[in-house]
Design a protein around this ligand. Structure first.
Ligand code: HEC
Length: 297
């Protein structure tokens, strides 16, 4: 009798398991949405964490599902971030067809175990997104990696994280938002014109004026051009100039670095992006100049 009951019990367990398996996809998704397991990421309203010294490199990966005539690429291959540091990155999407199309992005983080620490504040992946025929946009994603990852022994070996997005044609297009809200791809030419009118009074690419020379500024440490008399605040800020830090600097130098001496700011976000796109062209020129092989005798 006892054995019969055990068998009955086992059968019941098997029955429940089979039932679970057929629902498992849904349950797994729900589970992931709640816990962030399986490489899904967390959505939060703001970064309240204090940045810490440990760094990870975040790589970006994009895909378009068959049947969606979009081009979809990351604007940067990777970024190096301190845990807790809020970062702004961009992705470009272009509708290659003659029709407005609504898409939906899914995302995933590898290694899986880093997923619960990957927190997104702003992302096009939260909603259904409309892209007009032949329209090209640049979409921002704001994220940070939770510093609590540093105290998890399971993630002690993680120094690289890959964030992947796949865009699908939307199955539920109702209520889609328009990707046009993000504006156009930044325009280095427009940035050059803004630079000429707003910055060139104090900055030139190669020589110091009232401000330091800016060729090669993207990627270099703040306050690091030798011979230029920086404020102590900027020289000791420990910042590296990236798209994110430059954006914050131009929005409000003294908010980013209290005690910094640059007496102006650019309040328009699109103008800042265009100027930064222009500054990036200055760095490539400088790098090209550096990497030019010496002339053969
Ligand atoms: C009125 C003069 C002035 C104008 C206009 C000005 N800057 Fe500056 N800028 C400075 C000074 C001075 C510093 C150094 C600040 C310090 O040492 O704290 C600086 C520093 C910088 C730095 C940091 C460079 C480094 O080596 O760390 C960047 C980047 C920068 N400016 C970009 C810009 C851009 C882009 C514009 C135009 C939108 C602009 N600035 C307009 C005076 C100016």
């Amino acid at each position: 009798m006892k054995r019969f009951l055990t068998v009955l019990g086992l059968l019941a367990v098997i029955g429940v398991m089979t039932g679970l398996v057929s629902y498992s996809v849904t349950i797994y998704r729900l589970f992931c949405a709640v816990t962030g397991a399986g490489g899904t990421t967390q959505r939060v309203d703001a970064d309240t964490a204090k940045p810490i010294a440990r760094e990870v490199t975040v790589f970006f990966n994009t895909d378009v599902a068959p049947g969606l005539p979009w081009r979809f690429v990351p604007a940067q291959a990777s970024v190096k971030v301190h845990l807790g540091e809020q970062v702004l990155v961009y992705f470009e999407a272009e509708n290659l067809s003659d029709q407005d199309i609504i898409g939906h992005a899914t995302f995933n983080v590898t290694p899986d175990k880093a997923g619960i620490y990957f927190k997104k504040i702003q992302c096009f992946c939260f909603t259904e997104e409309k892209l007009e025929a032949h329209k090209k946009v640049e979409m921002p994603v704001t994220f940070f990696v939770d510093p609590r990852m540093a105290s998890d022994r399971g993630t002690a070996d993680v120094d690289q994280i890959t964030l992947s997005y796949t865009f699908f044609r939307s199955a539920r297009p109702a209520g889609a938002e328009d990707l046009a809200r993000f504006g156009d791809v930044p325009d280095a030419k427009a940035g050059a014109a803004l630079f000429a009118s707003q910055c060139s009074g104090c900055h030139a690419p190669e020589e110091a004026k009232a401000g330091p020379p800016l060729a090669g500024v993207v990627g270099r440490a703040a306050g690091s051009v030798s011979g230029y008399p920086y404020s102590v605040a900027l020289a000791q800020s420990g910042l590296i100039w990236t798209e994110t830090t430059l954006d914050h600097w131009l929005a409000g130098p003294q908010t980013l670095v209290p005690g910094a001496l640059m007496p102006m700011n650019v309040s328009d976000a699109a103008a800042r992006r265009n100027i930064i796109a222009y500054l990036k062209t200055l760095s490539t020129q400088a790098q090209h100049a550096d990497s030019t092989p010496p002339a053969k005798p």
